[in-house]
Design a protein around this ligand. Sequence first.
Ligand code: SAM
Ligand code: SF4
Length: 349
Amino acid sequence: MNTIPGPLSKDAALGPASQPMVDPFGRMVSYLRVSVTDRCDFRCTYCMAENMTFLPKKDLLSLEELERLCGAFIDKGVRKIRLTGGEPLVRKNIMHLVRALGARVKSGELEELTLTTNGSQLARFASELAEAGVRRINVSVDTLDPDKFRAITRWGELPRVLEGIEAAQKAGLRIKINAVALKGFNDQEIPHMLRWAHERGMDMTVIETMPMGEIDEDRTDQYLPLSELRASLEERFTLIDIPYKTGGPARYVEVKETGGRLGFITPMTHNFCESCNRVRLTCTGTLYMCLGQNDAADLRAALRASDDPVHLANAIDEAISRKPKGHDFIIDRTRNRPAVSRHMSVTGG
Ligand code: SAM
Ligand code: SF4
């Protein structure tokens, strides 16, 4: 008996445009970080040199193009998108992209849309972000001392960031505070920052400084292994390992005394690559399959070459087939060169 084939399912009809992204090591890619601009209104000393050469404006993707690229990744199984930078909130009309992606959260296609920000523009954008479908954001604060804050960011004003945090909490956004642990700068202050964050219902994450891009200072002077920080925190606090995960590389503990969570991001002392589910897109459409490697794919060319989603999907699949096993970050005095020449602000944190 002949069977009459039924209509193709939407997924089968789309072919590679809807097939999940699995890398050569069997890791499923479900998380996209998008650096919407490499520009920033701060110049944090561990992140940027004072005089930076930014990507040429003519090479930038439009917000519509970024939206199309994000859409292609969502069709291929991305469930979480983080907008970052540079400072994402200084990109002109950024809310256009946030609203478009927020609609994908509201429709259930995307589980989460989130943002990493320095907080300088948060007071202005907090309620719009919440309305657009953002539920959670990361705000980077490396110190609560206004003078030290100005010194580390070169240009930043702490009160403005604190106002932004307050506005975001009022708008109902959940906040995680990110602090890069810097030897001789904030290591003594972390216990105070931890209490401050937890008293306000915010989680906190500490990050090891990574050797990305030329900066004006010596990274070996700044680098603080988090194993050392953890040991010193354990003299004052009871840290209980917990299986909590947010989709990123942080490993969390619960701090018994405060009841809050503290995350450790340890690219240097504990390689976190084995469970990597992420790829990173820059504002010029370059896809980095690893934060710590130079290999990349030019998705702008694929995007502009054809309107056919299959063409872009094939370019994405080709890139994922090159996702490396992990990074080779080292910070020591004998190899005092960045592991990759681009700054964190290009690929986004
Ligand atoms: N401008 C936003 C901000 O500061 O949150 C988003 C981009 S910033 C590049 C993202 C995160 O990367 C921030 O938490 C920042 O502290 C961190 N970061 C920047 N350079 C770093 C480096 N070399 N090593 C480790 N973390 C770094
Ligand atoms: Fe700007 Fe963020 Fe880099 Fe600081 S860490 S210079 S705020 S991109």
